[in-house]
Design a protein around this ligand. Sequence first.
Ligand code: TXD
Length: 311
Amino acid sequence: MARAKISIIGAGNVGASTACWAAAKELGDLVLVDVVEGLAAGKALDLTQAGPIERYDAKISGTTEYAETADSDIVIITAGLPRKPGMSRDDLLAKNVAIVREVTAQVSKYSPDAILIVVANPLDAMVHAAHKVSGFDTKRLMGMAGILDISRYRAFIAMELNVSVEDINALLMGGHGDDMVPLPRYTSVAGIPLSELLSAEKIEAIVQRTRDGGAEIVSLLKTGSAYYAPSAAVVQMAEAVLKDKKRILPCAAYCDKEYAVGGYFVGTPAVLGAQGVEKVIEVKLSDPERKLFEASVAHVKELAAQVDKLL
Ligand code: TXD
């Protein structure tokens, strides 16, 4: 069987780290694309030379030309500006819409059957833009944010309890960061409800640190935003699709009747498999949770309207 082909657009921090995790997991052959001459080619060559040490077999190439991405199974769009200290994700909208529009037009021309995973911020709005430009079936479009937020949340809980991250099971919904909808009643540690192990105040503090998780890293790095955990998260999505794992992972998925959203990409748990987003899971929400989710959806709609004007 032929290897899968994965194209990664944007060979910056998130793109290059995505390639690194994907190569280590032998998910397929990789094509990196970046507008900066030599950047993608240099990183691809470097990663190729790590193969003998890490023992992975993959063709890894880098280019400025989209023709090389032809017939990709998955295309991961990381091209876009990252945040600097003091910036919100929404501040990136106008510049990143222009980038995502250009990139999506190219990748959908060369890989009309691919599954697109969007990473650029503001995330839900960028998936909306990629959908409008590509016209792809909504099952084949998804955005990465929820896995990252959950992973931050799980890491903080494990740190607090001094137990393995593997034993923390959690669920979150809604948008990235400020629009996140925490669902602590769906969080357990080796099956034990989190509320039996931590006080409500402690849980709230962890939720808040998770909400601010991206900004905490931006303020430390000063020149850009997080990339190791974001790239690990996107590779988990790609793996679920390529191995048809049917994993339930939170991501920006198209919801129409689901949660009565009315046709937007919003953060929700979904089943990811070979078809892409195979099913949106509708979780029962309490009144306060539903209010938070509705606020998150309203924000997505507002940004999507801005995107529509810019496209
Ligand atoms: O949770 C999430 N969804 C996110 C999103 C987590 C982390 C980062 N997130 C967003 O991803 C971030 O806010 C940015 O919008 C993107 C990319 O972040 P990254 O940290 O990788 O930014 P870099 O290092 O600046 O890399 C961006 C690369 C850079 O090499 C540019 O030259 C390239 O994108 N770029 C392009 N490539 C191809 N085509 C075009 N038009 C283009 N424009 C820029």
